[in-house]
Design a protein around this ligand. Sequence first.
Ligand code: CTP
Length: 405
Amino acid sequence: NLGRVGDRLDLPVYAVGGFVRDLLLGQQNADVDVTVDGDGILFAETFAAEFGCRVKSHEKFGTAVIVFPNGFKIDVASTRLEYYVSPGALPTVERSSLKMDLYRRDFTVNTLAIALNSQSFGKLIDYFGAYRDLQAKVIRVLHNLSFVEDPTRVFRAIRFEQRLNFKIAKHTEDLIKNAVKMDFLVKLGGRRLLSELVQILREKEPLQGIGRMASLGLLRFIHPSIELTPELQAALEEVRYVVSWFDLLYLERPYERWAVYFLALCEVLSHEQFWATCTRLAVSEHQREHLAEMRRQGEELIGAMERKLARQERLESSEIYFTLRVLSVEILLYHMARSHNPETKRCISLYFTKLHGMEPLIGGEELKRLGIKPGPIYRELLDAVLSARMNGKVSSKDDEIRWVL
Ligand code: CTP
């Protein structure tokens, strides 16, 4: 249908970039990118009107997003526009060709296009040896200034290398090393650095990406004292183990997996350094406060719990529950991974698998029937009943009522 709308408007339309790359690799990619050799916004609006979609367009960039009623999206770009301004004259707008448009991209494997118009439907357009590189499993830049133009590509190279199981070409790797040495990455703002880091940490297997970042000397851009020591490597491996264990519990408790890795990476930082790093990386205020506060509290609460355990004191289930429930999933998983104490791991595991989600069998209704006046006392009583239940002191509704009395 995209091609047919293109035919009618007499506009060449192509599927491009990551979508084509993944199509040829037989991998799923829900992001469809389309480039129109001409007015992409007109194309998007015409398509949307015909198929009952919405359009969000950015005139300035000649781009639009087609949003289908079910939420599915197609990004539409125009082969990019260039403005030449001569003194006193109105800006002239020049359209670049598809080839020029693709040449501006990061790596050869992202420069493939597939024609969508009826006459040429399915024709693969490969100007820069992308197909050869896909087969050779190589990440290669198109020109020597690629990383100077856009230092985020250093991180993108690592992400694609790990995700696709490709290898960064030797010359491209040398250009990365050069960009690191020449401090081009310093130009990169904190926000963009964080966004790239988060994307690497969100990959299915972030450890290899972290290893690659370390070997290319990139961890110091997070903080100069972060180094991939054998201890950090072991901690990260433990994080991987713990998060996959947690995911298999299917608890439907949402959490940010990247943040658990991030906390582990920042292990060596003091609370002040951690706060300053989050600020520099432009972690959102809400998230920064949450992470930093949880980091502090986690250390305190889990530290106290571990001291008790070290004194061989018995920890009741309810105590574990009320200690851990104030902490976020991210912090709990982080501590589960970093602790060398099997008892700590056992307590956190017990919290997730059994204690969290336990409720008393009685509720406000029963308390009212017992003639207790509603108020904050209800919370206290129900918490006390919950404690008794967790510690095996009550097991039925009647037990719980007797407990209250
Ligand atoms: N691109 C680029 N330089 C960047 C970011 C993006 O050249 N710093 C180009 C890439 O060639 C990419 C296209 O813009 O194909 C779209 O970017 P994005 O959606 O981030 O890339 P995908 O390849 O679709 O990556 P992903 O699979 O992670 O979505």
